[in-house]
Design a protein around this ligand. Sequence first.
Ligand SMILES: NC(=O)c1ccc[n+]([C@@H]2O[C@H](COP(=O)([O-])OP(=O)(O)OC[C@H]3O[C@@H](n4cnc5c(N)ncnc54)[C@H](OP(=O)(O)O)[C@@H]3O)[C@@H](O)[C@H]2O)c1
Length: 270
Amino acid sequence: MTAEPIEPVSPRKLRPVALVTGPTSGLGAGYARHLAARGYDLVLVARNELKLRSLADDLRLGFGADSEIIAADLATQQGRDLVIDRLGRGVEFLVNNAGFGTSGEFWTAPTELLQAQLDVNVTAVMQLTRAALPSMVAAAKGTVVNVASVAGLLAGRGSTYSASKAYVVSFSEGLSGGLAGTGVQVQALCPGFIRTEFHERAGIEMSTIPRFMWLNVEQVVHASMSDLSKGKVISVPGAQYKLLTAVGTKIPKSAVRKLTNVVGRGRGRT
Ligand SMILES: NC(=O)c1ccc[n+]([C@@H]2O[C@H](COP(=O)([O-])OP(=O)(O)OC[C@H]3O[C@@H](n4cnc5c(N)ncnc54)[C@H](OP(=O)(O)O)[C@@H]3O)[C@@H](O)[C@H]2O)c1
C-alpha cells in the first residue's frame, strides 16, 4: 500500500509578517501596501482604529494579506507596550514610521506636546527596535526601517523635530555596525518634503515650497526598498535631496543653518 501524499503546507501560512507604525496615512500607508503586494501579512499600529480596519480590508481585498490591528498611542508607555508585546512574538520586517512635527515656537509650545513628539519620534523607535531584534537576530534574518528625515541630516531652525530625527539617524547608523554579520539590516530613511497629511496635521504652511522639492509616497517607498537591496544604511530619496545632503555635509555648519532656514522654512516650527 502506498503512503498517503503529504499535504503541502499552505503558502498562506508561509507569508512573512511586517509591522508598520503609522499606516493610517501618508508614508506608512505606502509601506503597508508595498509590503502587502510583496507577500507580507501586516501588523498595523496607529491610534485611529477605524482607519486601521479600513486599511486591513483594503490589504485583504487588494493583495490577499491578513492584518492584525493594534490601536495604540505610541506617545504612551501603555501603547508602546502593546506593540512591544507583539514584536516579542517575532516579525520579519519593522517599519518605525509614525511621527509628527509641530508648528509654533519652541518656547511657547506646550511641554506635553513636545514630550509626546519625543516619545513617538524617538522613544517608540528605540523601544520597538529593541523588542523586534532578538527574534530577527535568532533567525539571522530581518529588516528594520526607521523613518528619519533630511532634517535629521541637516539641522535647521526647527529644534525638537530635527533633533528627534538626528537621533533616529545616529541610532540606526550605530546599530548597523552592531548588526553586521547577523543577517539583520537596519536603514534610516531620510526623505525631504513628501505629499502627506504631515504638514497639515502640524499646522505648517507649505504653499511657497517649489514643486520640485516635493516627493510622493510611492517614490519614497521605492527608494527605501531599492536602497535596502543595495545594503545602504542611509537612504535619501530623490536627486534634489541627494544633492542637498551631499553639499550640506561638505560646507560649514553655519552655511548649512542658513541654507536650511531658506529651503526648510525653519521659522514657525519646533
Ligand atoms: N511628510 C513629510 O514631508 C516628511 C518628511 C520627512 C520625514 N517624514 C516622516 O515620515 C513619517 C510619516 O509621516 P507622514 O508624512 O506619512 O505623516 P502623516 O500623513 O501625518 O502620517 C503620520 C502617521 O503617524 C501616526 N501617528 C502619529 N502620532 C501617533 C501616535 N501618537 N501613536 C501612533 N501613531 C501615530 C498617524 O496615525 P494616527 O493619527 O491614526 O495615530 C499616521 O498614520 C514621520 O515619521 C515623519 O516625521 C515626513
